[in-house]
Ligand binder design. Structure first.
Ligand SMILES: Nc1nc2c(ncn2[C@@H]2O[C@H](COP(=O)(O)OP(=O)(O)OP(=O)(O)O)[C@@H](O)[C@H]2O)c(=O)[nH]1
Ligand SMILES: [Mg+2]
Ligand SMILES: [Zn+2]
Length: 359
């Protein structure tokens, strides 16, 4: 486990957290529409209809209107989140207002205030961020022990990011059909560890079907983001849970045992029993570039709980005298791998350049 952590901590990483998440505001359609209408050529816009963004195609968005009709829309207006530059002003899961213009094209003219959202850095060197999804109930990390491996630091960074955005997170350990005895033990260890912290962990195989009914039951009626590194089986899982979803799936490279980044755009599909699943492109690495050093422990629930017993109120748990966290790691109440992930985030904050390697 420790070896795995060391390995991933050297990985580059790129996720950004929106520090003022509670102040997230999206410009109202009415306001922005008015602003843009005064500029340049005036486009007549018809009355708006409510809808939900179900696919991001890169240059446009597919919106499902309340009557079930799906329309391809462009964005009209400025819906940027205050204080943050995003590559996509609108995200899958957004509730929007769609209007037809005089040229018969459909436009998103308003985005409702998001209940929540989760953002990552658009690319490693970029200052821009990408909204992965909005208005979700669960941020699920699909992980795999092999072909490809999901390092524990990747898992911990994802969980910490979900904590930062106030979104409940879970882990789906997929590909149990290819586990050997060692993998099985490792999976059991991960389950015990993460459940003791408070995260739901489910072991499944999209291939053999083991655990899939329990997963289906757990996710029904919820809106779930399925994230994870490329090749862990996000799209395959969704295809099994939603017959007819027909999401593209890819092979694992024989040489590197990694996925091929098959999914390129985000997409939401509905489960027959209620609830929706959001498929997103494989994430290469999770950085936490915008975390402030002193808030990192807030996103590791067990470290945060223990930190109340540290001698100094501003303890960063890096070896200060009377540090309850360090003692808990030494006496195995806090896992070494979790603590290693915590340290790797602190180290990244201190030496961002070291981690900002291009893809
Ligand atoms: N053995 C086994 N293979 C699986 C399982 N689930 C998915 N796979 C395989 O893993 C490969 C990658 O699956 P995808 O569903 O494309 O993975 P993804 O996570 O969507 O990958 P990206 O879209 O690249 O991020 C495919 O060859 C799948 O058949 C599983 O439970 N067991
Ligand atoms: Mg995929
Ligand atoms: Zn401490």
């Amino acid at each position: 486990m420790r070896k795995r952590c060391d390995k991933i901590s050297k990985n580059n990483s790129k996720i950004s957290k929106f520090a003022e998440r509670n102040e997230a505001t999206v410009a109202t359609g009415a306001k922005t529409e008015k602003k843009s209408m005064t500029k340049k050529k005036k486009i007549e816009i018809g009355p708006g209809e409510d809808g939900i963004v179900i696919r991001n195609t890169g240059s446009s968005y597919i919106v499902r209107k309340e009557n079930g009709e799906e329309v391809n829309c462009r964005v009209k207006g400025n819906f940027r989140i205050k204080g943050i530059r995003t590559t996509n002003p609108v995200a899958v899961g957004d509730h929007v207002l769609v209007s037809k213009a005089a040229d018969d094209a459909d436009y998103i003219t308003s985005v409702s205030t998001r209940r929540n959202y989760i953002i990552r850095r658009a690319s490693n060197l970029s200052k821009e961020s990408h909204i992965l999804a909005a208005n979700i109930d669960i941020a699920a990390l699909v992980a795999s022990l092999r072909d490809p491996e999901t390092p524990t630091t990747f898992i911990d960074r994802f969980l910490a990011t979900a904590e930062a955005y106030g979104i409940s997170a879970m882990i789906i350990l997929n590909k149990s059909d290819i586990w050997d005895e060692y993998d099985r033990e490792l999976a059991e260890g991960l389950k015990v560890l993460y459940e003791s912290i408070g995260y739901k962990v489910m072991e499944v195989s999209a291939e053999s079907g083991v655990g899939m009914e329990a997963l289906r039951g757990y996710l029904s009626d919820k809106i779930t983001l399925m994230a994870g590194n490329s090749g862990v089986g996000k799209s395959t899982l969704i295809n099994k849970l939603v017959p007819g979803a027909n999401l593209k799936t890819g092979k694992i490279s024989d040489i590197h045992h990694q996925g091929m980044h098959t999914t390129t755009f985000s997409e939401m599909v509905d489960m027959p029993e209620g609830g929706s699943l959001i498929d997103v492109p494989g994430i290469r690495g999770f950085g936490t570039i915008d975390f402030a050093e002193e808030e990192v422990s807030h996103y590791f629930p067990e470290i945060f709980r223990t930190s109340k017993d540290c001698k100094y109120g501003n303890c960063k748990h890096l070896g200060e005298p009377g540090c309850a966290v360090k003692s808990a790691v030494e006496s195995h109440y806090i896992s070494e791998s979790r603590y290693a992930s915590y340290l790797s985030i602190i180290e990244e904050i201190r030496n961002p350049e070291k981690y900002r390697k291009p893809y």
